[in-house]
Write a protein that binds this ligand. Sequence first.
Ligand code: SAM
Length: 231
Amino acid sequence: MKRAITTSEDGSKTLLLEDYNESYHSRFGALSESRHIFAGEGLSRYLGDNPNTEELSIFEAGLGTGLNCLLTALEIEKFKSVKRVKYLAVEKYPITPEEASMLDYPSLFGNSKLAGYIYETIHSSNWGCNTPLSEKMELLKICSSFEQYFPAIPHESINIIYYDAFSPETQPELWQEEIFISLFRALKPGGVLVTYSSKGIVKRALRAVGFEVKRVAGPKGKKHILRASKA
Ligand SMILES: C[S@@+](CC[C@H](N)C(=O)[O-])C[C@H]1O[C@@H](n2cnc3c(N)ncnc32)[C@H](O)[C@@H]1O
């Protein structure tokens, strides 16, 4: 698949799948989207609702550029109660070291030493190995397809899911009940799944497998996103 680097409206870079005209992030802002949906409605809101959380397990469907992982590793430092974070991410089409370098995400965080180290480690770490990214957080990245890997996630092991597949128009097969059943099972009771798509078919599929689904305000360019919880 041919990928090109583009710059989104907030100045942060992203990747574009040229044949599908499908962007890895919102064209209105890669960083703004990641902050609002995944670090915001996912991580921060979950920890706001569960303030005594000490151990957290996050699963990202689609590691891609590593922006959500980097942002999470930096944001988690603000939550003193959290002592340990396991970040599990699946990706079938890893980006190249050249693409990671051109995206230059540490520059979004003032080129801090910590951001540089975390970003470098996200992309250079071995697939299938637990790798520390910071004192609190470790990454396990798996090179596999969602379809194969989701059923293998241990049941009730995850607190927060970042569901970041390509859009339902490009990958309709990844927004079906069969996919969400595995993710529902993987979540602990009280866990949440956040995603950028608020399409009717996505809401219906999530509800059909047992999620309680809420539409919440989206980032610029997106009226709503979805926050789905497991009671
Ligand atoms: C919308 S992009 C988001 C990527 C990432 N969250 C980021 O912030 O860069 C979707 C990601 O899912 C990956 N992907 C698409 N289909 C997949 C599949 N069937 N199995 C595993 N990964 C897949 C793509 O390669 C891409 O990295």
